[in-house]
Design a protein around this ligand. Structure first.
Ligand code: GUN
Length: 285
């Protein structure tokens, strides 16, 4: 058996066309503000991609590129200014931040109605308590969307998530639980990891270890979603040994061209959602 490839690029393109149509019908242009501190090469590329994707669907995206040495207070001042600017609908601070900055305090300073990354405790609390008004982080949303498009629904499936980060593993576990999956979170201290993944209907690899998930870790017919982005000898690869795992899985995402393009799309979707909710609130006021 050879797995069917889940084409994230195509799914993203289709969803972006729908978003562009919705944006074209709005009276004003939704605006995403991206704060980038320092010169991390990958972050610069990610943020440029976000800006290009936003502009391609008719949204405005402003990148505030600050010096590596920017002090905490200056960053907090900028966020305060963006929080009170009614022309800004979404704010994200690109992670990781330089070591001297306190990421938690910075994330919590973003107005929760503009927290389109869904990283703040308010939105995490809503997600964790299965409240539908939660702003959910883009990558977990991308994973769920791809699973639903591929499998129809995920009810009753056993999903094993490898990785417990605040950006992917933890919010994805809540999201899949809210959609009636049986969820196991595995991590670097998990014992017998390969036996646990071999019992899964869905394996999500989000641990940042190139090629970790092997063919014999995956149950025949399972769906494998690879969130990893690693560079090995200059080549991009995921956390799954793609060439071998695709011989046993039913469905598998490639890297690149899998979860990545869908994540950016979900960020834009969150920005549109934030815009609509802010405008609704204004009308009700
Ligand atoms: N760094 C890696 N992924 C993300 C993301 O989704 N949002 C932000 N702000 N930083 C990231």
């Amino acid at each position: 058996m050879t797995a069917q490839i889940i084409d994230g690029k195509l799914m993203a393109q289709q969803l972006r066309e729908q978003l562009a149509q919705k944006v074209a019908e709005l009276p004003t242009v939704p605006h995403l503000a991206v704060i980038l501190v320092g010169n991390d090469e990958a972050s610069i590329i990610y943020d440029r991609n976000k800006q290009k994707a936003a502009e391609a669907i008719g949204m405005k995206c402003t990148i505030h590129h600050l010096d590596e040495q920017t002090p905490q207070d200056q960053l907090l001042d900028l966020i305060k200014q963006l929080n009170s600017d009614s022309s800004v609908n979404g704010i994200i601070v690109q992670m990781p931040l330089p070591k001297h900055l306190n990421s938690e305090q910075i994330i919590e300073s973003i107005d929760h109605t503009k927290d389109v990354d869904g990283f703040g405790i308010y939105n995490i609390g809503l997600l964790h308590s299965n409240n539908s008004s939660a702003m959910v982080a883009a990558t977990p949303q991308a994973v769920l969307y791809m699973l639903q498009q591929t499998l129809g629904d995920v009810v009753g499936k056993h999903a094993v998530i490898i990785g417990r980060s605040n950006i992917v593993g933890r919010p994805l576990a809540s999201l899949l639980l809210n959609h009636h999956c049986t969820v196991t979170i595995a991590h670097s201290k998990t014992v017998n990891l390969s036996q646990i993944t071999a019992s899964a209907d869905i394996v999500v690899a989000a641990c940042g270890v190139a090629g970790l998930v092997k063919k014999d870790w995956v149950k025949p017919g399972a769906t494998v979603i690879d969130v990893g982005i690693n560079r090995v000898n200059g080549k991009l690869c995921g956390d799954v040994d793609f060439e071998n795992v695709k011989e046993v899985a039913s469905y598998i995402t490639p890297v690149p061209g899998g979860v990545g393009p869908m994540t950016v799309t979900m960020l834009l979707n969150n920005t549109l959602q934030a815009y609509l909710e802010q405008n609704q609130r204004e009308q009700n006021a």
